[in-house]
Structures are given as C-alpha cells and as structure tokens.
Design a protein around this ligand. Structure first.
Ligand code: FES
Length: 80
C-alpha cells in the first residue's frame, strides 16, 4: 500500500528505512523524498514511525548521548 503517492513510496519501503535507522519524518524524506511534495502523507509516516522502536530516540528521551556507539577513538588518534 502506498504511503506517499507523490513519490510512489510504500509502507514497506518506509518500514525498511525505519529498520535502517530513520527515526523522524525528515530522515524518511532524506531517504526517499516521501513527504516533501504535498505533505499529505506526513501524518501516515509519523504513525509508522510511532509504531517502531528507535534506539536513538529512546536514548535521547532518557537524556543519554545518542552517538556514543560511534567511537573507536584509537582509530581517530591514529589518523591525527
Ligand atoms: S503524498 Fe507524500 S508528499 Fe504528497
């Protein structure tokens, strides 16, 4: 079923972007343009986002840093 008819984006595609780490309508738009034309699908995208767990959002809600999984600082030291 299409979520965004302007760009032919399906619910399955939006869910795949969520699985790949998208947590906001803006991140979905960056991935597939859904929501960037008429905007009538943004509420449906928000509803899909609301169903899934988002580890980064949960961390932010708890006041924890959201990018801590990134660093292997030894690699950064070697590059400097
Ligand atoms: S239906 Fe998604 S931008 Fe128009």
């Amino acid at each position: 079923m299409y979520v965004c008819s302007c760009f032919g984006v399906t619910e399955a595609q939006v869910k795949q972007h969520v699985d790949d780490g998208a947590c906001t309508p803006r991140q979905i738009a960056s991935a597939c343009k859904a929501g960037t034309d008429c905007g009538s699908c943004v509420r449906r995208i928000q509803a899909i986002l609301g169903r899934g767990a988002c580890p980064r959002r949960e961390a932010a809600d708890q006041g924890r840093p959201v990018l801590t999984a990134v660093a292997d600082l030894d690699v950064l030291d070697e590059a400097a």
